[in-house]
Design a protein around this ligand. Structure first.
Ligand SMILES: Cc1cc2nc3c(=O)[nH]c(=O)nc-3n(C[C@H](O)[C@H](O)[C@H](O)COP(=O)(O)OP(=O)(O)OC[C@H]3O[C@@H](n4cnc5c(N)ncnc54)[C@H](O)[C@@H]3O)c2cc1C
Length: 217
């Protein structure tokens, strides 16, 4: 859809920093040189805090929250369970094509994306406890990813500290679920319209709380 609308995708291309001048964002600096832009949307997941313009206050405190997730396979058309199963230690999703997804660990390990024995063991055991037939399934894969977390677990969506800067990050466990809402808010901001972003998502809330805490002594 982006390309059909005349957009270009430059990937993989790492952004090294944001360019700011005259009180507004003017573009980004990349490994391949500068790219001018009237607006920059920082949607760099767990790395978003590294892309805050310097000298404009602390960036939203986004950190990586590691998640490991497993896939197994059973016979297609005969799911082990018809509904999503959620326990305090895991969730199990049985798809029609036979895939069974078991998720997910929540770990504070920085930018580590290794799949570990403990992660796999704990998820399998937790799923097996509520659905013993999991033990009969064919193993497919284990993966690990990073969720962009914030101190209050709410996303960071809205205008930044300088004109033209927009944050769309910090979605933690709900980035897929919240993609339509985030896209709607970002599109409205780009069009110069009033966006109906929930106040709980305001990018400046952490800085405001930090300053309030300092004043309260
Ligand atoms: C195991 C697991 C299960 C999950 N399950 C669900 C689920 O069921 N439902 C749900 O809603 N969410 C789920 N999530 C959470 C969801 O994946 C995240 O919320 C979502 O991926 C966040 O999207 P994002 O685009 O902000 O960040 P990311 O997906 O992390 O993407 C950020 C991108 O920015 C790129 N980038 C970073 N720095 C730079 C730079 N300097 N220059 C250029 N590019 C850069 C990165 O390479 C990356 O491609 C799950 C996460 C995990 C780990």
């Amino acid at each position: 859809a982006l390309r059909r609308a005349g957009g270009e995708v430059a990937a993989p291309l790492a952004v090294r920093s944001l360019e700011v001048g005259g009180g507004r964002v003017t573009g980004v600096r990349t490994a391949a040189g500068a790219i001018a832009a009237g607006h920059v949307i920082v949607a760099a997941g767990s790395w978003s805090g590294e892309l805050s313009p310097s000298g404009l206050g602390a960036p939203p405190p986004v950190r990586p929250v590691k998640g490991q997730i497993l896939t197994l396979r059973g016979p297609a058309g005969r799911p082990l369970a018809e509904r999503l199963i959620r326990t305090p230690r895991c969730y199990v999703v049985c798809r029609d094509d036979g895939r069974v997804v078991i998720g997910a660990t929540v770990e504070e390990r920085g930018f580590d994306t290794r799949v570990t024995g403990e992660g796999v063991y704990r998820l399998l055991e937790a799923a097996w406890e509520v659905l013993p037939d999991v033990g009969e399934l064919e193993w497919v894969e284990a993966r690990a990813g990073l969720r962009p977390g914030t101190p209050d677990n709410s996303p960071v969506v809205g205008r930044g500290a300088v004109e033209g800067l927009i944050w769309a990050t910090g979605h933690h466990r709900n980035g897929i679920l919240l993609a339509p809402l985030t896209a709607r808010v970002v599109a409205a901001l780009l069009a110069g319209e009033d966006a109906d972003a929930p106040p709980a998502f305001a990018p400046e809330r952490f800085e405001a709380r930090r300053l309030a805490g300092r004043t309260a002594g």
